[in-house]
Design a protein around this ligand. Structure first.
Ligand code: ADP
Ligand code: MG
Length: 429
């Protein structure tokens, strides 16, 4: 009897597998089509812009021409939807956003090229003493580089998605978005903007939640008997505010076992993706509105969305996924006029970003000493920097315009330095 049933079972499983494959292929096809449309739209806009610039005698026209000439010599091989996902403890990548409407209106020149899935070139415009114009082309390499045609889904596939398994295996996962104001951090993490409204279903926070529930129900992890909790807070200067409790101020405490606890932070039990999406929406709205302190706005704070797995019926943490929309890395000199408060904010942000970089580098070197005490964000993420089971991903976001050139270079240098072995590799070659 068993023998009679076996082939049927196998053919059913095969059928299910094929169905899944067909779905995956469909998604890949859709992403490809969307990217092709994006590519054509951007090319058309750029062509139109070049003509307008020439007609109006815009001085940047010459730079654009030089960049176009440079690009015509590149054989572009961008990331393909079917490219394999690599396994790294620390993944560093860059995402370039498209030029937006107001940048086109200002006739901003796109100075960033993405020749392949792991390379990016900044064409920095320069002027010689005798006023002759030239380009300094600076090339960087990362684990992945996403060009302006990549959607959040594709970015997710190569960045946070591979880390979902980490938390089910009892590890700590973190994913950071780092970059200047307006470069796409919140768009990537929190979700696509349509005008002023944000579709949080299309952000990395929600995509992680979706996969967490898939894993939870899978045969492999069902038996672990895990419950899912979510919290959402922001760190501004040295204070922590609960985004799920009207931005109530909460405090951080280190107990006898050096465990870091945020006392009074809302941690909601969640049973479905919809519940998580509701929380993300609530948190995003809270983040964008209201003032806890004078003059502050959301870009001067780090936002942290956490998904925590606990063994049901106990307090024991099985794994944590922290997703962080970091404060803007704007240079202090850009603040005009730089009053005392913005200067202090800038200094606090810079310190925390430097400490963060050092902590990730220490994780990779397996250092005994990790300087997580140097800032609130690294203190909160303390356990994410210790041990083999920690995985981290950093997404540097880049604005493509010429006016952002210096900021983009700063972002590229920062993300490049996060991964130590790349620096060593460069020194050797
Ligand atoms: P940040 O959080 O880094 O300050 P935002 O995420 O708020 O920047 O993005 C600024 C604007 O640019 C938003 O209107 C957003 O919709 C748009 N944007 C950012 N990244 C992309 C992208 N990859 N594709 C399309 N629009 C984007
Ligand atoms: Mg933002």
């Amino acid at each position: 009897l068993q023998q009679q049933h076996k082939p049927e079972l196998i053919s059913k499983q095969r059928g299910a597998g094929q169905g899944q494959r067909r779905n995956v292929l469909k998604v890949i096809e859709r992403m490809k089509k969307n990217r092709e449309q994006q590519r054509q739209l951007q090319a058309k806009l750029k062509e139109k812009e070049l003509q307008i610039m020439m007609r109006q005698g815009n001085p940047n026209w010459e730079f654009l021409n030089m960049i176009n000439q440079y690009r015509s010599r590149i054989v572009f091989r961008p990331l393909q939807e079917s490219d394999p996902v690599e396994d790294h403890q620390i993944t560093v990548c860059i995402r370039k956003r498209p030029l937006n409407k107001s940048e086109f209106a200002r006739q901003e020149v796109d100075v960033i090229s993405v020749p392949s899935k792991d390379e990016i070139i900044v064409h920095q415009p320069k002027v010689k003493m005798d006023l002759e114009k030239f380009l300094e082309n600076k090339r960087f390499k990362f684990d992945y580089v996403f060009d302006e045609t990549c959607c959040n889904e594709l970015v997710y596939k190569y960045t946070a998605k591979p880390l979902v398994q980490t938390i089910f295996e009892g590890g700590m996962a973190t994913c950071f978005a780092y970059g200047q104001t307006g470069s796409g951090k919140t768009h990537t993490m929190g979700g696509d903007f349509r005008g002023k409204t944000q579709d949080c279903k299309k952000g990395i926070y929600a995509m992680v939640a979706e996969d967490v529930f898939k894993f939870l129900k899978s045969r492999k992890y069902k038996k672990l008997n895990l419950a899912v909790f979510a919290s959402f807070f922001e760190i501004y200067d040295n204070d922590i505010f609960d985004l799920l409790a009207n931005k109530a101020k909460v405090h951080i405490l280190e107990d006898g076992d050096h465990q870091v606890n945020i006392v009074g932070l809302t941690e909601k039990v969640v049973d479905s993706v919809d519940e998580v999406i509701e929380l993300i929406d609530r948190g995003n709205t809270a983040r964008a509105s209201g003032n806890t302190s004078a003059n502050r706005n959301s870009s001067r704070s780090h936002a942290v969305f956490q998904v925590v797995l606990r063994t049901t019926g106990t307090d024991r943490i099985h794994g944590t996924f922290s997703l962080i929309d970091l404060a803007d890395n704007a240079r202090a000199v850009d603040m005009n006029p730089p009053n005392r408060q913005t200067k202090m904010e800038g200094a606090a942000i810079n310190t925390s970003l430097i400490v963060l970089k050092e902590c990730i580098r220490a994780l990779e070197r397996k250092d005994a000493h990790i300087p997580f005490g140097g800032s609130k964000i690294t203190l909160v993420l303390r356990d994410s920097f210790i041990g083999e089971k920690c995985k981290t991903c950093m997404i540097g976001t880049i604005s493509p315009g010429m006016a952002s050139c210096e900021d983009s270079l700063n972002t590229l240098r920062y993300v490049d330095r996060v991964k130590e072995h790349r620096a060593t590799y460069k020194q050797r070659t």
